[in-house]
Design a protein around this ligand. Structure first.
Ligand code: FE2
Length: 379
């Protein structure tokens, strides 16, 4: 078992990003869920997302309802089917509530689709333009791992709320924001021996570079293991770590995800805050459940990470983890799964210079996850 973050040098394998495909950032994340209305209530109440836009029967849709929530730069779309048979329900039966679309903001959705499909991406849908009185938006889509889709979205000629077809949504019930600012990274779990396939997809199709790599010797406990590589686009605004299970004595947490999700999919969204103590305190007050490491973690953590700006006491109270790399440190904590199935969760992260992903915390975290797996009988 190797566990030594002080030896971590970044970037380990810094292959230059080609950046032939300019990506401005994450636009929105769309979950297919069983009950969008209730999911919206949960994400508002528990995480402080705000009502933003809506589409459904009242706006002329016959087949689906979408609630769009926003907090600073993070936009979540929660979509349910209104029909008995639909692509949304097929997704739901197979995967449970989960991430369907990761939308990326681009200057030219048609070119983005052409260039990526030319390089071998499978089309999810061809470019099309939707309009209303506020202008137009062009969208296109390519498939990535599992049933997940990257939507390219070109919206510089649009001044309305969210997208054509959506109306502004507001409600008298509006819990306060919790300080979540933007999506730091989005992690995919893929099946056995598939990590390099998808790493190569992001390299060759999207022009991404590999930022850092772990292997199963780095991230393992006595029982369970995974491998992970982080892919990033040229301007660094989009980071997609890709995990695959690795052999351990018992079932890898990635394998558990793959079993319950019935294939590859989005494992977690890391949401950035600039005051993690405030954010996590708020989330805990609102009933969000986090993975807890043993308090003994804090006996040695300062030896490992050195001096930090924050007091250790509130970090320890809240169970916030600390890690350091050559460029600084980071604070992070992971929620328990947000869904009934042990699949998607959120990470809350505050970076203080560090550009890595908390490798030094993995062992403590894995042991916490294994305790949860033990409780679920899936270890
Ligand atoms: Fe993460």
């Amino acid at each position: 078992m190797k566990y030594d973050s002080t030896s971590l040098k970044l970037p380990i394998e810094n292959i230059e990003a080609e950046d032939y495909l300019p990506l401005n950032g994450t636009d929105y994340i769309e979950f297919y869920v069983g009950n969008a209305k209730q999911s919206a209530h949960y994400f508002k109440t528990a995480f402080g997302f705000q009502d933003f836009a809506y589409a459904g029967l009242e706006t002329g849709l016959k087949d689906r309802t979408s609630y769009v929530l926003k907090q600073d730069k993070i936009i979540l779309v929660l979509t349910s089917s209104l029909l008995a048979k639909s692509e949304i329900n097929d997704h739901l039966v197979k995967h449970g509530d989960g991430v369907k679309n990761m939308a990326i903001w681009v200057d030219d959705a048609t070119e983005s689709w052409k260039k990526t499909t030319d390089r071998g991406a499978k089309s999810a849908f061809e470019p099309y333009t939707i309009k209303d009185n506020n202008g137009y938006v062009t969208l296109s889509g390519i498939k990535t791992y599992g049933d997940t889709v990257h939507i390219f979205i070109e919206r510089d000629k649009y001044s309305g709320v969210f997208l054509p077809g959506f109306i502004e949504n507001s409600s008298t019930y509006q819990p306060e924001e919790t300080g979540l600012k933007f999506i730091d990274h989005m992690v995919g779990n893929v099946g056995w021996n598939e990590m390099n396939t998808w790493v190569n997809y992001y390299k060759s199709v999207m022009g991404f570079a590999q930022l850092v790599s772990f292997d199963d010797k780095d991230i393992s406990t006595e029982y369970t293991a995974l491998m992970s590589k982080v892919m990033t686009n040229g301007n660094g605004r989009i980071k997609f770590p890709i995990n695959e299970p690795a052999e351990g004595r018992k079932k890898s947490q990635i394998e558990e995800y793959i079993d319950f999700y019935n294939g590859a999919g989005v494992q977690h969204l890391a949401l950035a805050t600039d005051n993690i103590i405030h954010t996590v305190q708020e989330l805990q007050n609102r009933g969000v459940e986090f993975l807890q490491v043993p308090k003994s973690y804090y006996n040695t953590v300062m030896d490992r990470v050195g001096e930090i700006d924050e007091d250790i006491a509130p970090l320890k109270d809240l169970g916030i983890l600390i890690d350091r790399d050559d460029e600084g440190y980071l604070l992070q904590i992971f929620t328990k799964p947000l869904m009934d199935r042990p699949t998607v969760f959120f990470e809350i992260i505050q970076r203080k210079g560090a550009k890595s992903f908390g490798k030094g915390n993995f062992k403590a975290l894995f042991e916490a996850i294994e305790r949860e797996q033990e409780n679920r009988g899936t270890l």
